[in-house]
Ligand binder design. Sequence first.
Ligand SMILES: [Zn+2]
Ligand SMILES: [Zn+2]
Length: 212
Amino acid sequence: MTATVERMVLGPVQANTYILTDSETNQAAVIDAGDCPKALLDALRGKDVRYILLTHGHYDHILGVPALKAAFPNSQICIHALDADCLHDTAKSLAAAAGEQERPIIPDRLLHEGDEIALGKTRLTVLHTPGHTEGGVCYVDYENRLLFSGDTLFCLTAGRTDFPGGSYEELLASLLRLRALDGDFTVYPGHNRSTTLDAERRRNRYMRRLGV
Ligand SMILES: [Zn+2]
Ligand SMILES: [Zn+2]
């Protein structure tokens, strides 16, 4: 392993925040931030925070981003181009419906399928996995066998598709892509506990339903 993963459960909907740290360089990425409490800043102390990587633009994954960016002004906020509107549109991020105050966020980098994020020798590849939102992504570390799946794939279930921009057909296609990845991965979803891709291939009702 060239990297470590820490998890915190943050924000109004108990979304997972992950801290991925390259062991050699101490460069780190924060993946989603539903809040930015002192505990998160404490966990990041001494790390070289390079990226704030968003799996998608729903408010429960981004409410902590302004404070996190303020604490680490050199970090790059990254989101898929198709979810970038969520960063200033409280209807699209669902913040308005939830009665949450969302501060506008300016992304530093818009992501597309196949983009790479580097933390020292640790590499994340962007997989565009729409369905839960139009611009949902997974971040894959092929070397360390890590899959940050956002609200696309959860332990034993999958993301909702009834929000604006959601599509059940696209979600199934995205799950099919994940299922077809080579080998096993530790899966770090946007909510609830971690799992493995092999376990989901066997037990996840959405993945099992997909054609071979
Ligand atoms: Zn979501
Ligand atoms: Zn969520």
